[in-house]
Design a protein around this ligand. Sequence first.
Ligand SMILES: N[C@@H](CCC(=O)N[C@@H](CS)C(=O)NCC(=O)O)C(=O)O
Length: 197
Amino acid sequence: MRLLYSALSPFARKVRIVAHENGFTGAIVLETVAPFTDESLRATNPLSQVPVLILADGEILFDSSVICDHLDASGGAGLIPAAGRDRRQALTLQALADGMGSAAIAVVRERMRPADDQRPELIDRQLRAIIAGLDRLEAEGFSDSRFAIAEIAVAAQLAYFDARQVIDWRDGRPTLAAWFEAASRRESMVVTSVQLT
Ligand SMILES: N[C@@H](CCC(=O)N[C@@H](CS)C(=O)NCC(=O)O)C(=O)O
């Protein structure tokens, strides 16, 4: 299998954590792609977004939630509940985390623009989504004993917030902060982390 990814992508990080938790690390060849500038990515994903997983027979999978679903179904780690309320709630939390990630990426890209070209109203709207999402996650109160698709999706995004200094998310959220600190020590989190120099 080949995974087209970029090192800092929180969506690709989520996939890599799920792959590791399913024992697939050695079975996946990582290929770096720059999604905003490399037009060749469009041949596999018309949206020109990473991650993209290309299976051994050439089948192409995106987006990250579809890839995670495939890896977990074939690896058997059981990170995604099979059915019912548990499944719906887990996928809803994944969607929340992914949405917060998309908002964070929009903020980061807007802040890259020259200061007098930035649109404060765009940044403000995205930050409000992130803040409301963080408050929901603080209320959720994850358990240290479970690290399944919802927790993985959230951990990948919180790590991205830190890497890109999107927001001081720990402020006023002690439960989420303590949970993340413990989750960050898991092997799958450590081996997929990227140190910015
Ligand atoms: N819903 C997608 C989001 C993927 C995404 O936004 N990837 C970013 C990198 S972190 C990207 O490739 N952006 C390029 C673009 O949107 O043009 C997923 O879950 O995989």
